[in-house]
Design a protein around this ligand. Structure first.
Ligand SMILES: [Cu+2]
Length: 591
């Protein structure tokens, strides 16, 4: 199958010019250094030193339901007269809600506001500084990036306001488009990169600007058309995350702080370790279910977060934040915990180990990859996650006496945004864990020997699926897909709803790695070759995935279905500087 190859310099030039305005100079300390290209570009000195383990890891706080109803009431068509941006109308709205306006009680209603706060502290050695986040109401007052707790069969309407300062200077752009990675979502609620909005600006795929946009999250499994009800439970997602996806500015805006967790539960993974339902897995649940969001960041000599949005290489972070803090401490009880690890980028790959104070490597249960429960838990002593990948682990801290100190350590060496190198001991300690108490009540959680069965791949379906080839490369100093730069107004592939294809993802180079994210529905890796030689797909990557890591000279074949919804979607490199410069394609689903 041949894909249209498009470079649209007009579309691209406009956005690239904006990028140049968005770059902000760091406070002090630029050094002119030659790159291999021969160009002289500023190179940052390392971030100022920090003394580790001074602050506690921020607690996990759930977003509270909006008090009462949203005004105006959400509806299928946008509330343009009340300030909603010109999105496409919600798909399947009548099927879910039967009326043009949302009837009371038919969906969980949430409200988030993208805004700037002036006094975030990454580390006490650095000054309080301006960051962005999604602010929402919680049991502990208004918080940035609260965790959204969702349940299959219970739709959500999330009203997102854009309260970012429109006269903002520095990196990032004050328009937003929120992607919920990787919900089975209708395209108008997927955070399409061209759907960015503010009160005065509308992205090229919206019909009008607005103060807010309603996102409709149906919380149904893939396979709605095929199975009826709420779809195929084997397609359940678990650990998702929401983040900004504005065209050309995803790295800047997400790195500036627009990122949080969305946890999706169902009968099996019910979020209640004391669930009396015999079907429930009883995995460790809140407050022992702990999302950990990792971001690499660079700070200038004044200790201020810095990111160069102009540079197609981005800015490589040398400080690793966990839930927004550098080198925090997590205090745990002697019992099981579920740790949900998310690499929120922009660019660093991690290989995490859990070690004792003397660097002895400990094992844990690996229960989910990319947020999807594996068919059975794997006992492992390391886990590697590329940007946007997730890994859910269960660690039993009952194995350690009170007072034990453990560290989460990254041993993957990386020196630029292009990709990781090798694994080296002892690595960088990113999180200190202190086992400091006995649990207040007996630990009733468990890791059962069977988790969630995988949908069976039918060899006939695979044989019948057309193959579409996508090559990810560097051309003309930018990052391309099939020789093209992103163009959100034109689809590079169109697929029919209800069909399946094999997408062949190719990295012909040896110089960089690309974690490729396909929006909408998860895929299954059918085969992997490196330099044309068949390679083994690791056990934890044999389940459903939404990020496919293309290492050097690697080709992956991925089986994908396109069910239940239509519209515009994207595939892109989730190494965010690559995505923004402009390794992304629009593809559409049509009836
Ligand atoms: Cu890439």
């Amino acid at each position: 199958m041949k894909n249209e190859q498009v470079i649209d310099p007009e579309v691209d030039a406009g956005r690239r010019a904006l990028l140049k305005l968005a770059g902000s100079a760091p406070a002090i300390g630029l050094i002119a250094a030659p790159r291999t290209s021969g160009a002289v570009v500023p190179e940052m000195p390392p971030s100022p030193p920090t003394t580790p383990w001074l602050e506690e890891l921020p607690q996990v706080v759930a977003l509270a339901l909006s008090r009462g109803e949203l005004t105006p009431a959400p509806r299928g068509v946008p509330n343009g007269e009340s300030g909603e941006c010109g999105r496409d109308k919600h798909q399947r709205w009548d099927e879910f809600f039967e009326q043009p306006e949302l009837p009371p009680g038919k969906a969980d209603l949430y409200e988030l506001r993208a805004k700037e706060v002036a006094d975030w502290v990454f580390h006490p050695a650095y000054p309080p500084q301006r960051v962005w986040g999604y602010e929402g109401n919680t049991t502990q007052g208004y918080q940035l990036n609260p965790t959204i707790i969702a349940r299959y069969g219970q739709p959500i309407i999330c009203r997102l306001f854009n309260d970012l300062p429109q006269d903002h200077v520095g990196f990032g752009t004050p328009e937003i488009s929120m992607h919920l990675h990787n919900l089975h979502a209708p395209s108008e609620s997927d955070g399409f990169p061209g759907d960015y909005f503010s009160a005065s600006k509308a992205g090229p795929t919206l019909s009008a600007p607005g103060q807010f946009s309603d996102y409709f999250y149906p919380n149904v499994y893939a396979g709605l058309d095929q199975y009826g009800g709420i779809g195929d439970p084997r397609e359940a997602l678990g650990t998702l995350w929401y983040h900004d996806h504005t065209l050309d500015f995803t790295a800047s805006n997400a790195s500036r702080g627009l990122a949080g967790f969305y946890l999706l539960h169902d009968e099996l993974d019910s979020g209640d370790e004391q669930d009396p339902n015999p079907a429930a897995l009883k995995l460790p649940s809140h407050p022992y279910d702990y999302p950990l969001l990792f971001q690499d960041k660079r700070f200038d000599l004044s200790g201020t977060h810095y990111f160069d949005a102009m540079d197609p290489e981005g800015t490589f972070g040398d400080k690793i934040t966990v839930n927004g803090k550098i080198e925090p401490v997590l205090r745990v009880a002697r019992r099981r915990y579920r740790l949900r690890l998310l690499n929120a980028g922009p660019t660093r790959f991690y290989e995490f180990y859990l070690v004792t104070a003397s660097d002895a490597v400990q094992s844990f249960s690996h229960i989910a990859n990319d947020g999807n429960l594996l068919p059975a838990p794997l006992t492992r002593d390391r886990v590697r996650i590329a940007p946007a990948e997730r890994a859910d682990l269960v660690v039993n801290f009952a194995n350690y006496p009170r007072g034990t100190v453990l560290y989460l350590v990254n041993r993957l060496r990386q020196e630029s945004t292009r990709g990781p190198k090798d694994v080296r001991k002892p690595g960088t300690r990113v999180l200190k864990i202190v086992v400091d108490r006995d649990p207040p009540s007996p630990d009733l959680s468990r890791v059962p020997p069977a988790l969630r069965p995988l949908p069976v791949l039918d060899p006939e379906d695979i044989a019948a699926a057309p193959i579409r080839r996508w090559e990810f490369a560097r051309k003309g100093g930018l990052w391309t897909v099939n020789d093209g730069l992103v163009n959100v107004k034109s689809a590079r592939a169109t697929v029919r709803r209800g069909t399946a294809e094999i997408w062949e993802l190719v990295n012909p180079s040896g110089g960089w790695s690309h974690p490729i994210h396909v929006h909408f529905e998860e895929g299954r890796i059918l085969s992997k070759t490196v330099r044309g030689v068949p390679a083994t797909v690791p056990l934890h990557e044999q389940g459903r995935k939404d990020v496919f890591v293309l290492g050097p000279y690697t080709t992956l074949r991925v089986f994908l279905r396109f069910r239940d919804f239509v519209g515009k979607y994207v595939m892109h490199c989730h190494n965010l500087p690559h995505e923004d410069h402009a390794m992304m394609v629009r593809w559409d689903i049509k009836d």
